[in-house]
Design a protein. Structure first.
Length: 62
């Protein structure tokens, strides 16, 4: 599924506004929902962090 980049605000660390962002999914807090967007730079950082997490937890080769 191809996701569409839209103009909006980054909800991650940079908190920049009015740039291309990608919808990552809803954030749920205290029974409320909000749209969660990230810019390309922050999305790349998030992907690297997730990949590092996954690689550290891979089962050892037999």
């Amino acid at each position: 599924m191809e996701r569409e980049w839209v103009t909006g605000d980054c909800w991650l660390g940079c908190e920049r506004v009015g740039l291309s962002v990608l919808f990552l999914g809803p954030v749920q807090w205290d029974g409320q929902h909000a749209p969660f967007f990230a810019c390309d730079d922050c999305l790349g950082r998030l992907m690297r962090q997730a990949n590092s997490y996954f690689m550290q937890r891979r089962p050892a080769a037999a």
